[in-house]
Design a protein around this ligand. Structure first.
Ligand code: DQA
Length: 140
């Protein structure tokens, strides 16, 4: 199974950015632990701070991969274009968030991606990504 993790803006700063919200681990080291935990999965990781680059990546992998695990960061709350891209490809998507967006400012309570993904996992720290992989492996 081929699964792509796509992270949006500011998630390159995990470990340094607001650690009280996002924790102390950087994504690269977490990604290595995911690769070790799921050797049977062909996992890729891409991060960009640029909306169009995220869309290009979704187009590039969206007809080749089985699943997309996407944390679009703040674009979650604003990007019709990323939602359209996810809708346009054959891969199924799961939306993930590290923080519990519903415990935070009201602007974070709306996701433009939620209506186009299989489901959303959030508020569980980096484990949200691991649970998304489990979903793709095990199903409902
Ligand atoms: C986030 C939540 C978003 O509201 C925020 O803009 C992020 C990270 C999360 O993983 O908790 O950048 O997607």
């Amino acid at each position: 199974m081929k699964l792509a993790i796509i992270n949006g803006p500011n998630l390159n700063l995990l470990g340094k950015r607001e650690p009280e919200i996002y924790g102390h681990q950087n994504f690269e080291s977490y990604f290595q632990s995911l690769q070790a935990k799921f050797p049977q999965v062909e996992l890729s990781y891409y991060q960009s701070n640029v909306e169009g680059e995220l869309i290009n990546k979704i187009h590039e992998i969206g007809f080749v991969y089985d699943g997309i695990i996407i944390n679009a960061g703040a674009y979650t709350h604003t990007s019709v274009a990323i939602a359209d891209a996810l809708k346009s490809v054959s891969a199924k998507s799961i939306e993930v968030h590290i923080s519990n967006v519903f415990k935070r400012e009201e602007i974070r309570h709306t996701s433009l991606l939620s209506p186009v993904v299989e489901g959303t996992i959030g508020g569980l720290g980096l484990s949200s990504y691991e649970l998304a992989i489990d979903y793709f492996l095990i199903g409902r």
